[in-house]
Ligand binder design. Structure first.
Ligand SMILES: [Cu+2]
Length: 478
C-alpha cells in the first residue's frame, strides 16, 4: 500500500502531485516515490503525522512540508532540483533555482530513529548534490561532490540513505557549484522530531531560512557572484510585506527556528518577550545553560531555535536588527540630505526635469508612504501598511500575532490586533506646551514632512478606520 501522508493539506490549494496514478490503482510500488510540487508561495498547513510517533509538525513560513511514503521501514522522499519562479512579495518574482517548484525547497520532517531514503533528481542545467547540514550519517551520504560522491549530472537521480540518529534542527543545500546554487536559492529545512513526543514539545513550531539575493531592479535573475551588496534580504525567499505573520494562540508554547545561508550574520530580534535558545544545529541546549535574550545573532551557516510562552497578546514585530536588512531594493549611494534645504535647487532642476522631487531633507520616512514610479519587477525600499499607517520596512521583517482563543493548528491571519482601550500611545492634546529652554538648534528653514498615506492596494484609512481626506500632492511643489 502506498500511503502518502498529506492529511494536513486538506483545504490548501497549492499541492500538485504529478503522478496521481502512483497513489491509487497500483498494488506494487512505483520504483521511485512521486515528487509533489508546490505552486503557492504562501504558508501551507503543517503536515500532521498519520503514521509513526506523534509530534507537533512545523509551520514553514511561506513554505510547505514534503509528503513522504513508507516503504517497509524506510521513509521515502523525492526532491527535484530545478529552476523555479518564486514570488518574493506581490509585485516581484525571481527566476531562481530550488526544489519541487519553490525556493527554498520543502521542509523535510521525520522522527529520531527513522530510516530515510531521499531520492534527488537533477533537472538543473548543471551537476548538483545535497549536503545534509548537521546530520550524523555515513561519510558517503554527506553530499560533498567529488569528496563523498560523484556529482549528480543533469537528468540523473541519486539516492541518499541514512538513519536519523539525533532529533533537532537541520537544513539541506547543494555542495556542488555551491556559490552559484545557494545564490540562486537552493536550500531547505530539515527537522527531526524527538522519538519521545513529550520531549521539549511546543504548541507552535515555525521554521525559515535566512537567504539573500542581488536582483537588479527590473531584472529577474540574481547576480550570483555578489558577496556584500545584496538588495533582497529574505526569509524563505520572501521579503516584507510578502512574509506571512507567525500566528500563535495566547499562552501557547512557541518555538521559532531559523538557519542562515546568506553571506553575513543576522541578529534576529523579537519584540514583546524574552526567549531562550533551545536548539542549535549542533543539538538541544540544556535548559540550565540557556539565558534570556531578546535578540539572537545567527552567524553564516548556523541555525538557532528559541522558545517562549506567548502570554502577551498583540502584534509583535520580529526582524533582523541590521537596519539595512529590513529594506528592499535601495541604492547604497544615497546621500544624506538631512538638514539640506533643496527647495530653491528643486525649482531650478524642475525647469529642465519636470516632476523632479527632492528627497531626504527630513529623513527618508516619507518614502514609506509615497507611491513612487518603480521599474517593473522590483519592490520599494520601505513599504507595507498596518492599521496605523505605513510600516516603512522591507526585507527581513514580519509580525508575531498573538491572539486569544485560536484553535490548535489554526494559522489563519487574524488581522490587526484590537488594542484594549487606553493602551495605545496617543497624541498630547492638553494645555499648550511652554517653549522649553534649550540651546539653539540649527534652522534649515525646512518645513516638516507633509503626512500622506497612499497604498494602491488598500483603501486610504486613518487610525479611526475611516477614509482619510485626499492629501495635497507633494509632487506639485515645483
Ligand atoms: Cu540581517
Amino acid at each position: 500500500m502506498t500511503t502518502l501522508s498529506r492529511r494536513g493539506f486538506i483545504g490548501t490549494s497549492g499541492l500538485v502531485v504529478a503522478a496521481a496514478g502512483a497513489v491509487s490503482g497500483r498494488t506494487a510500488f512505483a520504483a521511485v516515490p512521486e515528487a509533489p510540487t508546490m505552486t503557492e508561495a504562501t504558508t501551507q498547513a503543517p503536515l500532521v503525522p498519520t503514521t509513526g510517533p506523534d509530534y507537533q509538525p512545523v509551520a514553514t513560513l511561506n513554505g510547505w512540508t514534503l509528503p513522504w511514503r513508507m516503504n517497509g521501514d524506510w521513509k521515502e522522499f523525492h526532491l527535484v532540483a530545478e529552476p523555479v519562479v518564486r514570488e518574493l512579495a506581490p509585485g516581484m518574482k525571481g527566476y531562481l533555482w530550488g526544489y519541487n517548484g519553490q525556493s527554498p525547497g520543502p521542509t523535510i520532517e521525520a522522527v529520531e530513529g527513522d530510516k530515510v531514503r531521499i531520492y534527488v533528481t537533477n533537472k538543473l542545467p548543471e551537476s548538483t548534490t545535497i549536503h545534509w547540514h548537521g546530520q550524523r550519517l555515513p561519510n558517503g551520504m554527506d553530499g560533498v561532490g567529488g569528496l563523498n560522491q560523484p556529482h549528480i549530472p543533469p537528468g540523473k537521480t541519486f539516492v541518499y540513505e541514512f538513519q536519523l540518529r539525533r532529533s533537532g534542527t537541520y537544513m539541506y543545500h547543494p555542495h556542488s557549484d555551491e556559490m552559484v546554487q545557494m545564490a540562486m536559492g537552493m536550500m531547505g529545512f530539515f527537522v527531526v522530531h524527538p522519538k519521545d513526543p513529550a520531549f521539549r514539545r511546543v504548541d507552535r513550531d515555525f521554521v525559515f531560512l535566512l537567504n539573500a539575493f542581488d536582483i537588479e531592479p527590473g531584472s529577474y535573475v540574481p547576480r550570483v557572484a555578489e558577496m556584500t551588496e545584496f538588495n533582497m534580504w529574505c526569509w524563505n525567499s520572501r521579503v516584507f510585506p510578502g512574509i506571512d505573520p507567525l500566528v500563535v494562540g495566547r499562552n501557547d508554547k512557541v518555538r521559532i527556528r531559523f538557519g542562515n545561508l546568506t553571506m553575513t550574520n543576522h541578529p534576529i530580534h523579537m519584540h514583546g518577550y524574552e526567549f531562550k535558545v533551545s536548539c542549535t544545529d549542533g543539538g538541544w541546549v540544556d535548559p540550565a545553560a540557556a539565558w534570556d535574550e531578546v535578540s539572537i545573532d545567527c552567524a553564516v551557516g548556523q541555525m538557532r531555535a528559541f522558545d517562549f510562552v506567548a502570554d502577551e497578546p498583540g502584534d509583535w514585530a520580529i526582524h533582523c536588527h541590521k537596519s539595512h536588512h529590513t529594506m528592499n531594493a535601495m541604492g547604497h549611494s544615497v546621500k544624506n540630505y538631512i538638514g539640506v534645504n533643496k527647495k530653491d535647487l528643486a525649482k531650478r532642476i524642475a525647469k529642465i526635469a519636470p516632476g523632479y522631487m527632492p528627497m531626504g531633507s527630513n529623513g527618508m520616512g516619507e518614502m514609506g508612504s509615497m507611491e513612487m514610479p518603480l521599474p517593473d519587477n522590483t519592490l520599494p525600499m520601505m513599504t507595507g501598511f498596518a492599521q496605523f499607517g505605513p510600516v516603512e520596512m522591507g526585507g527581513m521583517f514580519s509580525v508575531v500575532k498573538v491572539r486569544e482563543g485560536l484553535a490548535r493548528n489554526d494559522y489563519k491571519d487574524p488581522g490587526w490586533f484590537k488594542h484594549p482601550e487606553g493602551t495605545v500611545a496617543f497624541e498630547y492634546k492638553g494645555q499648550k506646551l511652554a517653549e522649553a529652554p534649550r540651546g539653539a538648534s540649527p534652522d534649515s528653514g525646512i518645513e516638516p514632512t507633509e503626512w500622506r498615506i497612499k497604498d494602491p492596494r488598500k483603501p486610504n484609512l486613518g487610525p479611526d478606520g475611516k477614509p482619510r481626506p485626499a492629501a495635497k500632492n507633494p509632487h506639485s511643489n515645483h
